[in-house]
Design a protein around this ligand. Structure first.
Ligand SMILES: [Zn+2]
Length: 402
């Protein structure tokens, strides 16, 4: 054991005390036992809080033989600190590869993703260049080399056009569950598919709906019809072309985790649209998942118009209650695609749910959801609905005339 520790120390000495001056470039070469990189540059967007968000993942590879505690991460925008994450924040945001739990340190020879949401006041200039100054502590290193500061993970925010869309549902009292930016189930769903790690669900929302008594369901928990949202029309969010449909998969039993669902069936009955807006260059797609069995009304190749009914909300695929999983992504795939932000043209925020735990409780026991009403109601235009809000969308045209 002692010998092992001694070897670790020697390795660190070799790594940390060597810094060279390159004879040609005259650039100092610094040891970086933590390799920093950004795979997907953030696409700046406006959230329903009115702020500009830069959401992305900083990859950290501990390419050393000692554990590395990450003490702080300063995010630099054009060289100036714009956000600082302390060790407590890092401990809730650093997720080792393949795990769905977070940690404040990287074990030797491991990789992790730090989930970042830089929030800038709406209208503030977005930096051209982002970088990261990371302060670490390496217990196994000799005392003089235990504290190390690295700068890296340079990236350029991707100023691509944001999909401007209509709501995917009509009517009142919807909940934006597991939405941006600090929720876990979608935002941190990093999945290895076809030899690449994807975050297709980065901006996905699980839409559910409350009845007049603020309940997600009333009546037997295992009955589909008990759920307020079950059977509600699912709407085309923009003019588009249908590129994929699945129908005929059976409804699950609400409240029970489905067993043995293959990757192909995880979305349940579903539709993928390519959005036709020329500003998007044909590279933006919308996914609707878990639709009702036999309800999908469109076929591959169909042109659909904004507001057209595509099918009905169901509980198919990898789903534990009736809900609409909606996301926008850069490829026509629910999994092997880069998740993209979008902006819904018009909606009203009527209340906020305190946190995911309160949502989970209401979804589990059918009790009225804990929420804080918002007075006056907040009308939002052209923004992405953030997590755990109670939202009203415009009614269907047929209902508006009643
Ligand atoms: Zn979902």
């Amino acid at each position: 054991m002692r010998r092992h520790t001694h070897l670790c120390g020697a390795l660190f000495v070799a790594l940390l005390t060597l810094s060279f001056t390159h004879p040609l470039a005259h650039a100092k070469e610094n040891p970086t036992p933590l390799i920093l990189s950004v795979q997907n540059p953030p696409v700046p967007f406006i959230g329903s809080d009115g702020n500009t968000h830069l959401v992305y993942e900083l990859w950290m590879l501990n390419f050393s033989s000692g554990d590395i505690a990450v003490k702080s991460v300063e995010i630099l925008g054009d060289g100036k600190v714009i956000t600082t994450l302390d060790s407590a924040a890092i401990a809730t945001r650093l997720q080792p590869a393949g795990l769905r739990t977070s940690t404040g340190s990287l074990s030797k020879s491991t990789q992790a993703l730090l989930f970042i949401d830089v929030t800038l006041p709406g209208g503030a200039a977005v930096p051209h260049q982002l970088s990261h100054r990371v302060t670490t502590f390496i217990a196994a290193a000799p005392p003089a080399f235990q504290n190390l500061i690295e700068t890296g993970g340079d990236t350029t925010p991707h100023q691509r056009a944001i999909a401007a869309i209509h709501p995917p549902l009509a009517g009142n009292n919807y909940i934006s569950a597991d939405s941006c930016c600090d929720s876990v189930r979608h935002m941190r769903a990093a999945i290895g598919v076809n030899d690449h790690v994807w975050l297709a669900q980065r901006y996905a929302v699980d839409w559910e709906q409350l009845d007049s008594q603020n309940r997600i369901y009333s009546g037997p928990r295992e009955k589909l019809e008990s759920y307020t949202i079950f059977g509600k029309p699912v709407l085309a969010v923009a003019d588009g072309t249908v590129v994929s449909t699945i129908d005929g998969l059976p409804e699950q039993t609400p409240g029970k985790y489905p067993q043995g669902i293959s990757l192909d069936e995880a979305d349940g009955n579903s539709v993928i649209l390519r959005l036709d807006d020329p500003a998007l260059g044909g590279h933006t797609f919308a996914l609707y998942a878990h639709m009702q069995t036999g309800s999908v009304r469109v076929h591959v190749g169909d042109k659909v118009h904004i507001g057209q009914v595509l099918g009905l909300v169901g509980d198919t695929g990898n789903s534990i209650v009736p809900h609409l999983h909606f996301q926008v992504m850069a490829e026509p795939s629910s999994l092997s695609a880069n998740g993209l932000p979008y902006a819904i043209d018009s909606f009203q925020i009527t209340a906020a749910v305190p946190d995911t735990a309160a949502f989970d409780k209401a979804e589990t026991d059918g009790s009225p959801i804990a929420n804080r009403a918002i007075h006056p109601l907040r009308h939002v235009e052209n923004a992405l609905p953030l997590d755990q809000l109670i939202i009203s969308f415009p009614a269907l045209p047929s209902e508006r005339m009643k």
